[in-house]
Design a protein. Sequence first.
Length: 168
Amino acid sequence: MNTLLFLAIFACFGYQAQAYICPCNWNYFDGRCYYISRGSANNWLAARADCRARGGDLAVPTSKINNQHIYQAMKSSNVGTVYIGFYRVAEGLGTKKFYTVRGVEASYTNWLAGEPNNSGGVEDCVELVYKSPFLKNGGDVGGRWNDLPCNGYPRHYVCQTSFQRYEN
């Protein structure tokens, strides 16, 4: 029985258990744990609600290397686009200011060329793109961002939470 318990814990936490503990199906990178959803959420708010129910929030890439980690995880999972933790705050006509789910203005961005464009005046949420269905052969855009409406666009999503340090 003890062997089975150990194997279950090892399968869940794997090699990471030596230094950091992330929840099952999450991966550790640069002080955070990340989870790429297995299925799609109907909208950005539903994606955020699921992340919060899992003990985290939508992921907020804060640097190029952090963004690349999420992009590489998407490639490995063959997930084309994911909701991330940025949204536009209405501060006046045509504003391009985006804030994180923590309520601070975005300090790092990685927009696709011509984005954010707030097409139709309703693109207030953000997706990180690995494959764009709008490019030839579903072209790889390298983890760039696109603004999109918060509703009506089912997407996978990336959650982020703090890790727990493993203590002996």
